[in-house]
Ligand binder design. Structure first.
Ligand SMILES: Cc1cc2nc3c(=O)[nH]c(=O)nc-3n(C[C@H](O)[C@H](O)[C@H](O)COP(=O)(O)OP(=O)(O)OC[C@H]3O[C@@H](n4cnc5c(N)ncnc54)[C@H](O)[C@@H]3O)c2cc1C
Length: 432
């Protein structure tokens, strides 16, 4: 009987477990938190109080893994929102043209999204989720990881495994384990964004015409917001500030902070809405990417997955979609058996991460307030994207190309394909 153990039952761990199910006879997912029966908040996922979107690409992969999932979510109240017909994007200070693009997202509270995925994984034959189980360390035998030591209900235990997957998030333990085992640790790419999220669910006093409004930061105002319809007739208001420009949580100062970024109708809707709970804050110091794919040696029996590999700036809403794509890649890698599995998987995951990371880096480094090395090509791209946003305010083709790229449907290179490039250059000249 083959056995895989996944560490962490958040979205990353659940999706990894789905990829492993059927390949290993048994898959055990261990999670430190007690898990809510369906939709509750929990300590191990503090981000679950804040806006969480599943991009169209992620929704497609989730539906392949769990047929009917997104329709079931929508039937239960989640919102499927078309970019840019039902969603308003204000980027680099320009409201993008309204057009049907084929890109969309699924919007619901994070506990609802995670609860739906967890229920399906838990029902999968051969999968067992063990809550209240703290991972203490690896078991190593002659350079191979052969299991983990855990603490369950206060008692020490051992889980032997053919494969152990670290899906414990950005503070995952794999790097420390590598050091203890005498392996090199991966290089880390890092963008210090010094960001704060402040979120609150509200009920609107009047109907609102869009289902999502996203306002991105601009040079001189490194803050923005997401105003998003959710299940049960609620709206998530998430306000973010980068480079230390953090949103306040007393009502008057908060309203003034919102006003700096929000279009007037959005500001009015937010300040007149009925709050359904207190403000919740979440600090996000830096985006982190660990370059496991560059390691020459890695212990057999171990994998790293999800945010433990790369923790993206959350304002771009990519983490869960990338985890879904990684699960798809893991499944493909497993077709060739376990030989060199980790390095094959890390290379595949790097190919998924690259475009998303590049998009983020270009956007983050467009803000002079964010520290970081800007190569000449970063500067050229920053100017190009700012101009693209300006043109996209009036050109639906350009707006559509951008929406599909940030929806992770098309690669970033599609923003410079001839049909778009020419429109950005010519449109940019005209608008001047
Ligand atoms: C503020 C914010 C907003 C975000 N918004 C979006 C969004 O809109 N769209 C999107 O796609 N992504 C978003 N993300 C990212 C998304 O939340 C993650 O990518 C996603 O949860 C996958 O992460 P993960 O499962 O790898 O790690 P995590 O979600 O961090 O989960 C790690 C899990 O490991 C468990 N764990 C940790 N230590 C132990 C231990 N010792 N023993 C047992 N279990 C342990 C934790 O309890 C937790 O359940 C956002 C992130 C943040 C911070």
């Amino acid at each position: 009987m083959t056995h895989a153990v996944v560490l962490g039952a958040s979205m990353g761990g659940l999706l990894a477990a789905r990829a492993l199910a059927g390949v290993y006879d048994r898959v055990t997912v261990v999670e430190r938190d007690a898990l809510p029966a369906d939709v509750g908040h929990r300590r191990g996922v503090p981000q679950d109080r804040h806006f969480h979107t599943i991009l169209r690409r992620g929704a497609q992969v989730l539906d392949q893994m769990f047929p009917g999932l997104t329709n079931d979510l929508v039937a239960a109240g989640a919102q499927r929102v078309g970019f840019l017909d039902e969603a308003r994007f204000v980027l680099s200070g320009h409201e993008l043209a309204r057009v049907v693009t084929g890109a969309s997202d699924i919007q619901a509270t994070r506990p609802m999204l995670e609860g739906a995925v967890r229920a399906r994984v838990a029902n999968h034959p051969g999968v067992r989720i063990v809550p209240g189980c703290d991972v203490a360390g690896p078991i190593v035998d002659r350079g191979r990881v052969t299991g983990v030591r855990v603490v369950l209900d206060g008692a020490d235990g051992v889980l032997e495994a053919d494969l152990v997957v670290d899906a414990m998030g950005r503070y995952g333990r794999a790097r420390a384990w590598l050091t203890a085992m005498g392996f090199d640790t991966p290089d880390e790419d890092r963008i210090d964004v010094d960001m704060m999220y402040v979120s609150r669910l509200v009920r609107l006093v009047e109907p609102f015409r869009d289902k999502l409004v996203l306002v991105g930061p601009v040079p001189g105002r490194p803050s923005g917001l997401a105003f998003a319809a959710q299940e049960d007739d609620r709206w998530m208001v998430t306000v973010v500030g980068m480079a230390g420009d953090h949103p306040p949580t007393d009502e008057a100062a908060y309203a003034a902070f919102v006003e700096r970024a929000a279009p007037p109708d959005v500001h009015d809707a937010i300040v007149t809405a009925e709050p359904l709970g207190p403000f919740r804050s979440h600090r996000f110091p830096a985006s982190l990417r660990r370059r496991y794919e560059r390691l020459r040696r890695f212990p057999p029996g171990l994998l790293v997955f999800g945010d433990a590999l790369c923790s993206f700036n959350p304002i771009y809403g990519q983490g869960m979609t990338v985890a879904a794509l990684e699960a798809e890649a893991l499944r493909r890698c497993l077709r060739d058996g376990e030989h060199d599995l980790a390095l094959k998987f890390f290379r595949a995951a790097a190919g998924i991460t690259d475009p998303a990371w590049q998009l983020n880096a270009v956007a983050d480094l467009a803000l002079p307030e964010i520290d970081g090395r800007r190569t000449p090509s970063t500067r050229v791209l920053n100017r190009y994207v700012a101009r693209l946003h300006r043109v996209a305010a009036h050109d639906p083709v350009v707006a559509g190309a951008f929406a599909r790229t940030i929806g992770l449907i098309d690669p970033p290179s599609s923003l410079t394909r001839p049909g778009v490039l020419a429109r950005v250059i010519v449109g940019g000249l005209r608008r001047r």
